[in-house]
Design a protein around this ligand. Structure first.
Ligand SMILES: [Zn+2]
Length: 55
């Protein structure tokens, strides 16, 4: 997985329910001030692919 396109920190895969996955920066939200987040995808692989395409 690519590092965050905005700040260079690693991304982390998040999951909600059985078919909602996305990747967000580890500095996203309350733990930091980065707003990088991928689109929500049905699978982990698609979420990572979406994250890797972010610029
Ligand atoms: Zn970031």
């Amino acid at each position: 997985m690519n590092p965050c396109p905005r700040c260079g920190q690693p991304g982390e895969v998040r999951k909600s329910g059985s078919n909602r996955c996305w990747v967000q920066c580890i500095k996203f939200g309350k733990d930091g001030n980065c707003k990088a987040i991928s689109t929500i995808c049905p699978t982990r692989a698609e979420a990572i692919a979406a994250w890797n395409k972010m610029r």
